[in-house]
Structures are given as C-alpha cells and as structure tokens.
Design a protein. Structure first.
Lengths: 498, 230
C-alpha cells in the first residue's frame, strides 16, 4: 500500500494510506494478517455479510448499571445464558468508597442495582464479586489481576474502557446494553470489523513521565476521533519497555481517541504476568499458541503513525475533551489556533467551563481536589508512583486528596508495602475500591467550581460533578499537585529525591 | 416487531442545532439518571446540564427550551456525537424525549451500534451538508423542518427544493430499520454453529474455557492470609 508521510517537529510522523476509506479486502487477504485480523478470524463463528461477523466472546464482564435491562430482556423472551462460566459480574460503578466495613450502599436506587445484579447472577449461575467481597474492585482491575485476561482472548463488557485488555494481546472493547443481552444469550456479538492502525513508539520515555503521559500526548496529536473506526496496534521499543500496568493505562485510554480496540502483541512481559496469576494454564502449550499472536511482517495497516517517546513530557488537560491536553510547561492554547471553526468554538466553550484563558500557564494553577484511582490508574504501580512523590511531604493545606485503589487486592498490597500508611500519614484519604469519582455515580463528586487533579480518563463537562473542573494527568503528577496544592511539573520535585 | 409501513415512514420534524464536537454520552445522559434497573424516565435526563440550571430551572437560552424547537424530532450535531461512555441510556433518553434521528459528520462507535440496535436513525453526512442543515436549523425565528426518507435515503429541508443530501446505511442496518429485526433471535439460529465453534476453540485452547468460573473457584479456596499477586 502506498503511504504518504508528513513529518512534525516533535518527532511525530503521520502516514496516510492512499485510499484509507476503501480497504481492499482482496489485497489484505493476499498479504499477511495483522494481529487484530488474526484475533477476529480466530473468533469468527460465521461471516454474516461483507462487514459483519458473528464474533465469539471468551469472557464477558458485567457491572450493575449497564446490565439490568439486558437481564430483563432475557427474562422477557425466556432466554437462557448458555455459558455462565464465561461471564463475570462485579459491583463497581455505584459503590460507595467510604472506609467502612461492611460497606453499605445507602442510596436506595443504587442499592437496588446491586441487589438486582446479585439476583440475576444467582438466577443464571454467573460468578459475581459482590459489594463486600474482599477482592471486589473495578472490573478492569480485578479481571487481569487474577489471571482472567489471557493472550488471544476476545473480551467484551458494557463499558467503553474494555480496550484495556489489549495490553495482553487480547481484543477487548465496550458494548451497549442491547449487545450485553446478545452476548448473554448467544456468547457472541454481531461485530462490524474495524480497520487496522499501527502506532509505533520508539525511544525512551523521559524520567518523570508515565504511559499516561504518552497516551495523552498521542490523543492530543490525533484528536478525540483520530482512531475512530480503527483497532490500534501499538509497537516499538518504548511499548516493549512498558510494564503491564503501564500497558493497561495506554490501551485503556486509546478509546479516548475513538478506537474500537487497542493491542500490544504478547511478549515475555505479558505472558509472564498471566502465567504467574493463572495456574490452570498449561504453560508450554499456551506459549506455543501465543507465539503466533503478532502481526505478520507483510501485514497491511490502513493507517500508520509513529511517535518518539523522548518527546513526551508530563501532560495535563486544559479543556473538556481528552485531546485538549498540553505538556505541563506549555500555556493554554488560544482558540483561534484551533484547526477549524468548530474546534475553535469548542475550545472557547471549554475554556469558559474550565475557568481558564488562552495564554495562561497550567503550572501553578491551584487545585482543591486530587483524585487518584480508576481503571486507568488505580493499580499497584500507580500507587507506588504516588508514594514515591509523596514520601517526606504532606497534602497541601486546603486540598482534599483521595486515593481509591482499583481493587481489594491492590488495596491490601499497598497496605502491605506501607503505601497506605505513608499516604494517610501525609493527609490522603485511603478509601475502598470502586470507580468512584472517575464518573461520580456514587457520592464521590466534585462540588461546582472545584478544580481537580485526576488520574482518570475523561475530563468531560460534568463528568466528575456538575460544573466540576477536571484536569487529567498521571498518578505522579496528581501526587505532585496534592503536595503542592497546584498543578506542578513533577520533575521539579523529583530532583529532590535524586 | 414493528410494522414495515411505520418503519419506512419518513421522519419529519423540527431540526435543532447542537454544533459542539465530541458531545459525549456523559452529557447526553448524566450519571444521576443511570441508577435504574429499567429504561423508564430517561427523557428527564437528556442533556440535563444543558437544559437545566443548577436549581433545576430550564435554561431559556438552550435551544431545546425555546418555543420554536418544542417539536424537535431531529438533532443536527457536531462531529463525533455520542463519543465516550458505552451507556445505552443516551440512546433511550433521546428516543424518549422524541428524537427520531441525529444528523452529524461522525458518531462515536459504541453509540452508533447502540442507536442501530434501538432504531434511532443516525445520518452521517459530509461536513458541508451538515453545515447547511445547521444553518437552516439555527434560524430560531423559523427553524427548518427536516425530512429524512429511508425509502429514498435522502435528507431534505421542507419548502426548499435546492437541498437534498443522500446518505447510506450498511445493508444490515437498513434491514434492521426497515424490518425491525430480532437480532438475538437471528443469531440464535446459529446456535449449533456457535456450539460447534466453542468445542473446537476450547479443544485447541483449553485455557480459554470457563475462565471466570474456574478462577472464581480457585479464589474461593484460597486462604485469606495468602497474598494476591497484583
């Protein structure tokens, strides 16, 4: 395929296929296959038409708020769940995170959702991490940490951040409630096959940056719909160097560029992680199968991008879309610099909502709240990064800083490592696991006008609370904001540690 | 299953402009309306923070609150409409409010599938066509009546013969609109093929079988003091 390339000064190269909107399946079939196509092919029960296949789901995760109407639909039609052992349910979105035991859901509607999920799981024999299970947590944290996400899988969930599982070389993506019902009833999905994009990242991430900064850098460059319609495979030396937690952060947020999937081919990092957590796997046999899970050398991609990891800095969002992100040292861009009139109007509205003006520096901007957690950044490595910044420091006066571990296991691990004691001693709230203020469905909500340094994935208007102002950033950057009381380049603090 | 005549009837009604790009499903249906176990009452939550102020009073300056837009049936929206969260509540809320179609240059992927599964018509048009429709819909004195015809696959403006934009749907989605298919029922006609696929799949990769049940059984037998490898 003929590719035209454009070069940018910050190490970004963009390739555009000559006919990106008219994929030639004949051509692609003759060439090698991408990892994405291999995963689709190996899960295709039947091709339904030129665009759609009936795709088999190895694992289907469910939560309490996008599944109730699906179970109701099953009941209405008298349909069964043929593979209950391939479903997993968890109460995570509405659950309060107060450090009380046992946990009580006081909001009556939310309590009903939790009871309803339990009832549905019992009726169909579906495994459930219930409210007071010691291992309860966010679906995208608990499934991988117990070895349930395995290379070569197709994983579906009524939650957009299911792209997380690309970290394992598994195809994961979010579905709606009608599709949840379809998966429950058939263990398959009517699936529109996506196009292939490859994003290559070479080089080394600079000190003080994390994979969160890398993905914000990428989204800022390609835009909130830059990967819309694509399954994105990440390759390159910088990707290979990432830990599993860092890969999960990267793949998790790829959906914020509109992607329908994210993938990293399995390697010793991911295979070792899985085998250490899944004693039921015949390791030799699995390794032999997983060795084929990579794109063929002659596989064609309809879009290819390349980034230089060395060009990444700590990133912070300034607006209300994840692509409105800049390096922490940069100034808020002027709407007039936006690509077109629509983006310009959006930037103006975003600045009004977030309470900033063009040309202002982000550094030094006071925050009232800090939120550390979520399926993006609620894993043990994230909490270790927070602890490294906080050690020897205190939460700044006037700042309310919450840490919500991604799961009961993460929480216990952080307690065993002394992270919990360090953080509570520094003035952080150490809370129970859940989705919490990432989307504020429970009672962890920003007050109007409050500004929050957040390790989450969406800075949408109202996401963390009506009129709340969210700045997305890495766990290390959020920790720096907590101890200084304002948005701060964490690299300034790290100098003191060296 | 709805009757075919109804499904083919053109959608005709006031078009309301929502030009913002990336209007996400969090804004279309905010969190506080997601606590139900059924689909009821979501019309109240539609675009809540845009429609109502912090005291719950309608914002007079928001388009859908203006008298001329009382009978809005079509939204003319910016690019990437419905991005973000997978919540199907956004689609249910639009329909319960009375929206029958959304016209935009592009849509969030999960939202698109959700809309098709509920027969909320999404019309993807080139930006120039959307700009034209946005302009006529934005005339608050006399907002345009838009007409979307699934028989001819065109969007028109009532009283203006100089505009007609053709659009496409995949054959599958068009069939879903025209015939109101029971998708699960159709997929269940492949039940034998699915079962045969699963047998082959699990024979080749036994570690993919019943992973949730197997793992939960293992976790249930662990001693509390055993550390979990996170």
């Amino acid at each position: 395929m003929k590719l035209d390339s454009r070069n940018y000064s910050d190490g970004f190269r963009e390739y555009t296929a000559s006919h990106p909107t008219s994929p030639s399946f004949a051509l692609i079939a003759m060439a090698g296959r991408t990892l994405y196509r291999k995963l689709v092919d190996s899960h295709t029960v039947v091709a339904l038409d030129t665009d759609n296949v009936l795709l088999y789901a190895d694992l289907h995760l469910m939560n309490e708020y996008t599944s109730p109407q699906a179970f109701a639909g099953l009941a209405e039609h008298g349909r069964a769940v043929p593979a209950p052992g391939q479903q997993l349910a968890v109460v995570d979105h509405i659950i309060p995170t107060h450090a009380e035991a046992p946990r009580v859901i006081r909001d009556p509607a939310s309590a009903l959702q939790a009871r309803n999920l339990k009832r549905n799981c019992e009726a169909h024999g579906i495994p459930l991490f219930d409210t007071n299970d010691p291992l309860q947590g966010i679906e995208h944290v608990i499934a991988p940490e117990h070895g349930m996400i395995r290379p070569g899988m197709v994983v579906l969930c009524g939650d957009s951040h299911t792209t997380t599982y690309g970290a394992f070389g598994a195809l994961g993506f979010g579905i709606g409630t009608s599709e949840v019902e379809h998966v429950l009833a058939t263990q398959t999905l009517v699936y529109r096959v996506a196009r292939d994009m490859r994003i290559r990242v070479d080089g080394e991430l600079p000190g003080g940056t994390m994979s969160k900064d890398l993905i914000l850098h990428i989204i800022a460059r390609i835009g909130a719909q830059g990967a819309r319609g694509y399954a994105v495979e990440f390759t390159g030396t910088a990707i290979r160097a990432l830990s599993m937690e860092a890969r999960m952060t990267l793949c998790n947020m790829t959906v914020e560029a509109g992607a329908r999937g994210a993938l990293i081919a399995p390697d010793e990092t991911s295979i070792g992680y899985v085998l250490a957590r899944a004693p039921d796997i015949d390791a030799d046999r699995a390794r032999a199968a997983w060795a084929a899970l990579k794109s063929d050398d002659d596989a064609g991609f309809e879009a290819e991008l390349a980034f230089d990891a060395a060009a990444v800095a700590p990133y912070v969002t300034w607006g209300t879309s994840p692509d409105q992100a800049i390096p922490v040292g940069a100034r808020v861009p002027a709407p007039a610099e936006a690509a077109d009139a629509i983006a310009q109007a959006a930037a103006e509205r975003a600045l009004g909502y977030i309470g900033l003006a063009a040309g202002m520096p982000l550094e030094g901007l006071p925050v009232q709240r800090v939120f550390i957690g979520s399926c993006t950044n609620g894993r043990i490595e994230d909490l270790r990064a927070v602890a490294a910044v906080v050690r020897g420091r205190k939460v700044a006066p006037g700042v309310r800083a919450m840490v919500v571990p991604g799961s009961g296991a993460v929480r216990a691990q952080a307690e065993a490592e002394g992270i919990a004691a360090l953080l509570t001693g520094a003035g952080f709230e150490w809370r129970k696991p859940g989705c919490s203020m990432c989307l504020a469905m429970n009672d962890d909500v920003l007050a109007p006008g409050e500004r929050c340094a957040s390790t989450t994935n969406r800075n949408f208007e109202g996401r963390q609370g009506r009129a709340g102002r969210t700045h997305l950033m890495s766990p290390a950057m959020a920790a720096a904001a907590a101890v200084t009381g304002c948005i701060t380049d964490v690299r300034r603090l790290e100098i003191e540690h060296v | 299953m709805s009757d075919i005549t109804h499904a083919l009837a053109p959608i005709e009604g006031t078009g309301a402009p929502l030009p913002l790009p990336n209007l996400d499903t969090d804004q279309i249906m905010p969190k506080q309306f997601l606590r139900g176990i059924d689909k009821a009452g979501l019309d109240k939550g539609l675009l809540y923070d845009m429609r109502f102020d912090e005291h719950g009073a309608p914002r007079a300056d928001f388009v859908l609150n203006q008298a001329a837009y009382r009978n809005t049936r079509v939204l003319v929206a910016g690019p990437n409409f419905g991005c973000g969260s997978s919540r199907e509540h956004a689609v249910w809320g639009l329909q319960q409010y009375g929206i029958q179609a959304v016209i935009a240059p592009s849509f969030g992927e999960i939202f698109y599938s959700n809309a098709m599964n509920n027969r909320l018509l999404l019309v993807m048009l080139p930006q120039a066509d959307v700009d034209r429709l946005m302009a006529v819909a934005s005339d608050a004195a006399a907002p345009a009546t838009l007409r979307i015809d699934l028989a001819t696959m065109t969007v028109g403006i009532a009283g203006r013969d100089d505009f007609s934009a053709g659009f496409t749907l995949s054959p599958r989605h068009l069939d879903m609109f025209r015939r109101g298919l029971d998708i699960i029922g159709l997929s269940l006609t492949h039940a034998d093929a699915i079962a045969a696929f699963a047998r082959r799949h699990h024979a080749a990769s036994p570690w993919l079988r019943d992973v949730a049940a197997t793992t939960m059984a293992r976790l249930a037998t662990r001693k509390d003091e055993e550390p979990i490898n996170v």
